[in-house]
Design a protein around this ligand. Structure first.
Ligand code: NAD
Length: 493
């Protein structure tokens, strides 16, 4: 892996129509670099007035964008995807600086953004309604039209800023909506750079708008009467808060929330694959991923051997500075998250939720001012404990055992979440039966990848609802109108 070239962190700010604003009425957020704790930028925060202006710009741009030929929308999105690929090294660098993810991991993200955006772009000129069956009454022609909503708010979290945008932006725009994006105040830089690239691609002003800020800006955005649909990625309590805020207006929203995904390891699994996947996947982004397999359920007969190999594999993962190309595990996002995780580990240990078999504190050999947390493995975890039931959103794994497939399903389905589930077994009929029984939005068998652009991604239960990706993800950004043409026969005397 090549060492990363150094780039400048762009000035983050707001984009309202054709205006780029580097100040906001909501004040300033001091942005810290997660690997050393130092302030690396000041980020302007939008107030309600800038949110109003961004929504107004998106509303003004909507009629023109909706009337733009779908093939033109498609080509603009393709151009944006190509520009992101061309600036891939720079965007990966910005991504690593803004949330502390290792450059070795985020180098593939610009390519993922491009893949998602091109996939959605392809729908722009293929979104079609259907002719509704009128077999009982041949005097009626009945058909459907997929229509854009208008102004759509895209509210994002910080763990994968460019990936999160890729999962929403192309689909929203291909369908003919205009957008106001609100990245997390912790990761405002990628979105800012992306809007510049969109301008370079030739998107008209007002089609993509950007507001920075936290809860206040997000609240003003979702509450805004001219925002017709919300696509939200974030925590459960914020999702619940948004649902309450928009309850009166009944406006539709997609919620991509947290998870506590179970990873079932059967004795007949390919152990090399199962061990590597179970050790490395949950530590991607320092464990700060919604669908990571953080609850490991292993068949009792092979549990000792599996745990031994799991711990050896995790020990081999290189912790360090995100900009070092050899680093595989970086810091968590901020000081608050680091303190929260260390507290959560200590509380789980004190309660006896499980036994700490690895880690549990701050790692040695890294910058002590960085927000690092050791990869931590709890074994013998009680499935009903706080540790097993709640999302940690950090490098913390819980291992439990099961005797039968029925017991594994019961434990796996025994939380309020339902985002992902994973199975490792060479018994194909069994994996397929289990896939039906697991309460999750997606089931990955034998290390299959997640979050592919052509497959639906999303949860059930407290993991939210709605889908991103695939045809289902595209349909989230249209509303279907039904038109029926009669011949007046019903009303003739
Ligand atoms: P968060 O809910 O605190 O923030 C998410 C976004 O919502 C941010 O942009 C934030 O500023 C905004 N926000 C906060 N309060 C708001 C309000 N009242 N109204 C409108 N917007 C508001 O979440 P976080 O800490 O940034 O992210 C971590 C969570 O996100 C985890 O639970 C994780 O599982 C989840 N997540 C889910 C997915 C998914 O696709 N399912 C992907 C990544 C992360």
């Amino acid at each position: 892996m090549n060492a990363p070239t150094s780039f400048e962190l762009p000035k983050a700010g707001l984009v309202v129509g054709e205006r780029y604003l580097t100040t906001g009425s909501g004040g300033v957020h001091q942005h810290h670099y997660a690997a050393d704790g130092r302030v690396q930028a000041e980020v302007p925060i939008a107030g309600a007035s800038e949110v109003d202006a961004a929504v107004a710009a998106a509303k003004a741009a909507f009629p023109g964008w909706r009337a733009t030929r779908p093939a033109v929308r498609r080509d603009l999105l393709f151009k944006l995807a190509e520009l992101v690929e061309q600036h891939g090294e720079e965007l990966a660098w910005i991504g690593a600086r803004e949330n502390g993810s290792p450059i070795s991991g985020v180098r593939m993200i610009p390519g993922k953004f491009a893949a998602w955006t091109k996939y959605s772009a392809g729908f722009a000129d293929k979104l079609e309604g259907r002719v509704v069956s009128t077999f009982q009454d041949d005097s009626v022609l009945d058909y459907t039209i997929p229509e854009p909503f208008g102004v759509v708010a895209l509210i994002l979290t910080w763990n994968g800023p460019l990936m999160g945008l890729g999962m929403k932006l192309g689909a929203a725009l291909a369908a003919g909506n205009t957008i106001v994006m609100k990245p997390s105040e912790l990761t405002p830089f990628t979105a800012w750079r992306l809007v510049q690239l969109a301008e370079q691609a030739g998107f008209p002003p007002g089609v993509l708008n950007l507001v920075t800020g936290g809860a206040e800006a997000g609240e003003a955005l979702v509450r805004h009467p001219d925002v017709q649909k919300i696509s939200f990625t974030g925590g459960v309590s914020t999702g619940q808060r948004i649902a309450t805020t928009i309850a009166q207006s009944l406006k539709p929203a997609l919620y991509e929330l947290g998870g506590k995904s179970a990873n079932l390891i059967f004795a007949d699994a390919d152990m090399e694959v199962a061990v590597r996947h179970s050790a490395r996947q949950p530590l991607f982004l320092a464990g700060q991923g919604c669908i990571l397999p953080t609850r490991i359920l292993v068949e009792e007969d092979v549990a000792d051997e599996f745990v031994e190999r799991l711990i050896a594999e995790i020990r081999s993962i290189r912790i360090g500075d995100p900009m070092d190309a050899a680093t595989e595990l970086g810091p968590v996002i901020d000081a608050r998250s680091q303190a929260r995780l260390l507290g959560l580990i200590e509380a789980a240990r004190a309660r006896g939720d499980g036994k700490v078999a690895l880690g549990g504190g701050k790692p040695a050999g890294v910058n002590p001012d960085g927000y690092y947390v050791e990869p931590t493995v709890f074994t013998g975890v009680d499935p009903q404990s706080d540790l097993a039931q709640n999302e940690c959103f950090g490098p913390v794994l819980s291992v439990m055992t099961f005797k039968t497939a029925d017991e594994a399903v019961e434990i796996a389905n025994g939380t309020e979440f339902g985002l992902g589930a994973y199975i490792h077994s060479t018994n194909l009929p069994r994996t397929l039966q289990l896939a039906h029984r697991l309460e999750a939005g997606s089931v990955q068998i034998n290390g299959a990848p997640t979050a592919r652009e052509n497959a639906p991604f999303g949860g059930r239960g407290l993991s939210g609802h709605g889908r991103e990706g695939g045809h289902d993800g595209m349909m989230e950004f249209v509303r279907v109108k039904n038109v029926a043409i009669g011949d007046g026969a019903l009303w003739r005397r």
